[in-house]
Design a protein around this ligand. Structure first.
Ligand code: SF4
Length: 288
């Protein structure tokens, strides 16, 4: 007999009542619709890929449309163009550099320099900054965005430097990022410029270039930093931070890249580029 079918059975009586016929459904399983209510069987979990050492494998790097030789050529040209690139934030020591970089978040270097000239003339150490006080700092930096919060941070980081670091700026990233208002980017700039550590701080320009040129694509500054660190030829890492910032600030600008002035136009794979003809490769006597 088929299950789930019905059969016509002729009876004379059912439960004492005379009847002529009854329809009975016959099932081999308990009568519920399993497909409607039961959970789907779970898919077997995919095994986590392990590296040779048995640890979970690192996220695979994205493929980029450049050969190793093309990347080496890009950085070679940057090196010819700006043999000794310099940052544009004015400072007189590691402490004033730290303060200037912290103040530069969402502000231009030119705007920060205008504000810090007077400030650093009277407060170029953490102790002097504490003596000046939050109101005194605020009075100097009122022209910079987020000045109230930044003044608070400058005083808090100065206090921490005096209390925990003997008034000196620490060199290691782990200590630097414990200072109020200091993130990974600020820490990397200070380590590179003040202490000569080859690092790559990703600011808005470096982030844009990494993604626009498809050289170091990433959704976050950390991803872009990791991607750049994978491709920058080792000998060029120390200056790469400034080359990328200056190229982004003066040539490959956010709104309208000046491709006609670009020395890597033939190598660039940006969708926005307007020419394949590279500009003559010469040493720039200014930053632009
Ligand atoms: S060619 Fe244009 S888009 Fe490419 S790096 Fe140069 S300025 Fe930027």
């Amino acid at each position: 007999m088929d299950t789930g079918s019905w059969k016509k059975i002729t009876l004379n009586h059912y439960a004492g009542v005379p009847i002529r016929c009854i329809r009975i459904e016959l099932h081999s399983e308990p009568h519920y619709n399993g497909a409607m209510t039961a959970e789907k069987p779970a898919k077997p979990e995919k095994p986590v890929k392990k590296s040779a050492k048995g640890k979970p494998a690192a996220k695979r790097a994205r493929r980029i449309p450049y050969t190793r030789d093309e990347i080496a050529e890009i950085f070679r040209r940057f090196a010819v163009q700006r043999p000794e690139p310099k940052g544009e934030l004015e400072h007189v020591n590691a402490f004033t550099l730290l303060v200037a970089v912290a103040l530069s978040a969402q502000a231009t270097d030119a705007g920060v320099n205008k504000a810090t000239r007077g400030l650093f003339a009277i407060a170029d150490t953490p102790q002097k900054m504490l003596t000046l006080g939050e109101e005194g700092v605020a009075a100097h930096i009122r022209t910079i965005g987020l000045w109230r919060n930044k003044a608070k941070n400058v005083i808090a980081l100065s206090r921490k430097l005096v209390d925990e670091f003997g008034g000196m700026v620490p060199q290691d990233e782990a200590s630097l990022v414990t200072l109020p208002g200091v993130g990974r980017k600020t820490a990397n700039v200070v380590r590179s410029m003040a202490f000569g550590v080859p690092t790559l701080a990703v600011d808005t320009h470096v982030f844009r270039i990494g993604n626009r040129l498809k050289l170091a694509p990433g959704k976050t500054p950390d991803e872009v930093e990791r991607a750049f660190l994978r491709i920058i030829p080792p000998g060029h890492l120390f200056h790469a931070h400034h080359w990328l910032i200056l190229h982004g600030r003066y040539c490959c600008t956010a709104r309208k890249p000046a491709c006609e002035r670009c020395v890597i136009a033939d190598l660039c794979k940006a969708a926005e580029k307007t020419t394949d003809q590279p500009a003559p490769l010469t040493v720039l006597d200014r930053n632009f």
